[in-house]
Design a protein around this ligand. Structure first.
Ligand SMILES: [Zn+2]
Length: 268
């Protein structure tokens, strides 16, 4: 019987034939492998944890009648802090849903693998803000899916450095706030300079550092509105899992628009 060894994240898991589970595994090479996990839905199964969404495991699979079955599984990272917090767990489910949707393309799935790994590792840290992690993930995921936005200065050429602007959903680019440019922007959302700086950082950062910054509540609120709606529009899907948390941040006018982080520099 042919065997296959692989390491990957479980993107999704569903019950199959009462006691088995069917899992989708994303590998480092960008392949999504579907496998059945015998008995995983039974209480006390040795495969119970290895068939949970978001787990990173080493699997040994057997191929039988053109279908993979999990023979052995070793959990590499369980991300236990995520599993013990409803907000982090919901954020992880949202991130996994996006990953699964984007992983239909092999090039995109190879690129999103490290982003998913860093996102889950960050979510697992109790000092991290799950809302920022989700927003960063959404913005970068849209780019990986082929919808990279243009965050260069307004094409009118008259924009002064450090100014607020507007992001056009119609043209997927930034414009300044001159009335003529706002007209050209069409369907758009206002962004402070702090929010623009944060989005540029997410766009340009290596994946290892992409979650290593923090923003004010006001900036977080701005980029959250944009990243969710932009991704949903581009992928033509309403991602609603995060709505369950109803976690609207409180506007705090005492906070500045600045983006603080350690150690990357966002100065223009
Ligand atoms: Zn302009």
């Amino acid at each position: 019987m042919p065997y296959r060894s692989l390491r990957g994240f479980v993107l999704g898991s569903s019950v199959r034939r009462e006691s088995d589970r069917l899992i989708h595994i994303l590998t480092r090479e960008g392949e999504v492998v579907v496998a059945s996990v015998p008995g995983a839905a039974k209480s006390g199964s040795r495969f119970a944890l290895a068939s949970q969404p978001g787990i990173l495991c080493d699997y040994v699979l057997t191929l039988s009648h053109d279908f993979y079955y999990v023979k052995e599984a070793e959990v590499i990272e369980a991300f236990r802090n995520i599993r013990e917090d409803i907000e982090r767990l919901t954020a992880a489910a949202h991130i996994l849903e996006i990953t699964k949707d984007i992983s239909v393309d092999s090039v995109a799935s190879e690129e999103i693998y490290p982003l998913l790994g860093h996102a889950l590792a960050r979510l697992n840290r109790l000092d991290s803000d799950y809302r920022l992690i989700v927003s960063v993930f959404e913005w970068r995921a849209a780019a990986i899916a082929g919808f990279s936005p243009d965050l260069s200065d307004c094409d009118c050429g008259e924009e002064k450095p450090g100014q607020a602007g507007t992001f056009s959903y119609d043209n997927c680019r930034l414009y300044c706030c001159k009335s003529a440019c706002l007209t050209r922007a069409g369907n758009s959302i206002f962004l402070s300079y702090g929010a623009i700086s944060a989005l540029r950082y997410i766009d340009a950062s290596p994946v290892e550092k992409i979650f290593s910054f923090s923003v004010s509540v006001k900036v977080l609120d701005e980029i959250r509105r944009l990243t969710r709606s932009y991704l949903s529009q581009r992928l033509e899907k309403n991602y609603s899992k995060m709505d369950l948390l109803q976690d609207i941040p409180v506007w705090n006018p005492a906070e500045t628009d600045s983006v603080t982080q350690n150690p990357p520099d966002l100065s223009p």
